[in-house]
Design a protein. Sequence first.
Length: 165
Amino acid sequence: MNKQNYNPKNKQFLYIGRISKEKNIDLLLECFRDSIFHLNIIGGKIDTKQSNITCLDYINNDNIANIIQNHIALILPSTSEPWGLVVDEALLCGVSVIASSNVGSSNELIKPYKSGIIFENNNLEALNYALEEMDKNYLKYHKNTLKIDFKTRYEKMKKAYLLDE
């Protein structure tokens, strides 16, 4: 995978994950109601008549990096998320993330690198602002994702969990 393959489609955002209450899909749907932006959801079907939302049940993992790289940013609006591995996946692809303040990886992967936007949990106005900000400045955020040294992070994790012994 090459992070430089970032080629976002105009006004398209992405959500990847289960469709469950703690993922705060209702806030996401409300945010995209009457929006100029398009949302692609991977991970389940949602009963919505919003023409700017597309739902896909399943994507083969061989194709996921290319799909991620075709979006302005990944959105993770969870009300409760201890880490959020999908944040790592998006950033590894060079794609910025918009995440709720309750996503555990936000403070370690988004905040220090300015690789995305952290919005106040369950705050519709803050999420709307984040979409507009990301749309205007997605190349700046993309460049910041390239500064994350995942190889060093992985080596530190191996040592911390004694995976190399």
